[in-house]
Design a protein around this ligand. Structure first.
Ligand code: SF4
Length: 251
């Protein structure tokens, strides 16, 4: 299991926007989402999402810390807590943290967080199916299901796993969907794509947020996404971390 970074900030997206949270960003992803951005890194043009450091192991290997024991993660958590006199949320993100869902060290950490009473969100692309019966601590977790649409550049069969979504929807008390939209997909068929994914779950909240890891890109799409939400009854989510800190790391 690889940890890329950990930091204390506020949640910038989805249901818990503005909530003080300790983030654990895990390395590795089963997708690439090449249409989400273009970066120049070490003289190379790299395509991918704003979490490219947590996706591209080849380019960022020196930042990936191998973790073999849940106790290492517990220690990191408790080091952060030393500076606080309240319990923040804990967010497990990536990359795709569920690459590690059945690894002993990852699951033991989730069990620890649940046992200690933390509110835990796992941010996932919801393509990996969890066995909730054998790993029941996941039932106590909130899943932010950031299922990818066609604007990610990934083919449908890679980015949508309805069995994985159904397991989360049925086994957790509260989870939500979070989609990334841009003007072009809104004008094309974003609504149909979203309904295809969420249509079976009218009780689950749907958040839509604008594409953009930089404020100028965010501004290109934000109003169109807000209007789209108003028309269809979805919930607008900003990317508060971009709005406040733009491209600063560990935010
Ligand atoms: S699924 Fe998420 S972390 Fe993985 S490449 Fe796509 S946007 Fe990045």
């Amino acid at each position: 299991m690889y940890l890329v970074e950990h930091f204390y900030s506020i949640q910038g997206e989805g249901k818990f926007v503005g909530t003080p949270s300790i983030f654990f960003r895990f390395g590795g992803c089963n997708l690439r989402c090449p249409n989400f951005g273009e970066y120049f890194i070490k003289g190379k043009k790299v395509f991918g999402c704003d979490s490219v450091r947590a996706v591209n192991k080849r380019l960022f290997e020196q930042e990936w810390m191998r973790v073999d024991d849940a106790k290492e993660l517990e220690k990191i958590l408790n080091d952060h807590l030393e500076h606080l006199d309240f319990r923040p949320h804990v967010v497990l993100t990536g990359g795709e943290p569920l690459l590690y869902w059945s690894e002993e060290s990852f699951y033991e950490f989730v069990e620890y967080l649940v046992r200690e009473g933390f509110i835990v969100t796992i941010e996932t692309n919801a393509t990996i199916e969890i066995d909730f019966e054998s790993y029941p601590a996941y039932k106590e977790v909130i899943f932010a299901m950031a299922v990818k649409l066609s604007n990610s550049g990934e083919p449908y069969e890679k980015r949508v796993n309805k069995a994985a979504i159904a397991a989360i929807a049925q086994e957790t008390a509260y989870s939500f969907f979070k989609f990334t939209l841009d003007r072009a997909i809104i004008e094309f068929d974003a609504y149909d794509q979203i309904v295809d994914i969420v249509g079976d779950y009218p009780e689950i909240e749907v958040f839509c947020m604008p594409l953009g890891d930089r404020i100028e890109i965010l501004r290109k799409h934000d109003k169109a996404v807000a209007q789209f939400c108003m028309i269809h009854g979805f919930i607008y989510s900003d990317r508060l971390q971009v709005r406040l800190w733009n491209r600063e790391r560990r935010r």
